[in-house]
Ligand binder design. Structure first.
Ligand code: 5GP
Length: 154
């Protein structure tokens, strides 16, 4: 796999699909085990705090959550946890809806960038504090469709 260019930036191969699959499976198994006999509600919500490659430190309001979370075992599913700003906001909004329990699952987690205290319960892979694209993660709307994850060339 070669270096790629997205808009003005160049990215190099970082984690390929073959490496991601077993990591995702592992998290899925963990969740299956922990929630055996329960019926958790997975929330794939989006609250991007990003503009380009830099976190703004502020997040937008949560849009489009119509289901009742009252008494439910809720799992927030994130693509990536960076500073944790997005998650903190989400956490508060969701806790206000009185779920029975609330946990967080994420594909990627940047421990060096994380600034919050609450626990990230399920993590497929920890990565260094660099900007990544692919596998659903975009750079200004581009690169989301890449089957592997690429990291910014610095
Ligand atoms: P946080 O609020 O934790 O700083 O950032 C969370 C959100 O920022 C993620 O859901 C994602 O949309 C975006 N983000 C954080 N780091 C990256 C990254 O390395 N690449 C991309 N494409 N988005 C990121």
């Amino acid at each position: 796999m070669a270096t790629i260019k997205i808009k003005d930036l160049s990215f190099k191969p970082f984690i390929n699909e073959d490496e991601l699959q077993p990591l995702i499976k592992k998290v899925a198994n963990q969740i299956n085990k922990e929630y055996a006999g329960k019926s958790p509600l997975f929330l794939f919500v989006k609250l991007a705090s990003y503009e380009g490659t830099e976190s703004k430190g502020t997040v937008n309001e949560l849009i489009g959550l119509n289901e009742s979370l009252e008494g439910r075992d809720v799992i927030i599913v994130e693509d990536i946890v960076d500073t944790g700003n997005t998650l903190e906001k989400l956490y508060q909004i969701i806790l206000d809806k009185n779920p029975k329990s609330l946990k967080i699952a994420t594909l990627l987690y940047k421990p060096e960038a994380y600034k919050k205290d609450f626990n990230i319960d399920f993590v497929a892979k920890e990565i260094p504090n660099n900007f990544v694209v692919g596998y659903g993660l975009d750079y200004d709307g581009f690169g989301r469709n890449l089957s592997s994850i690429y990291v910014l060339n610095q």
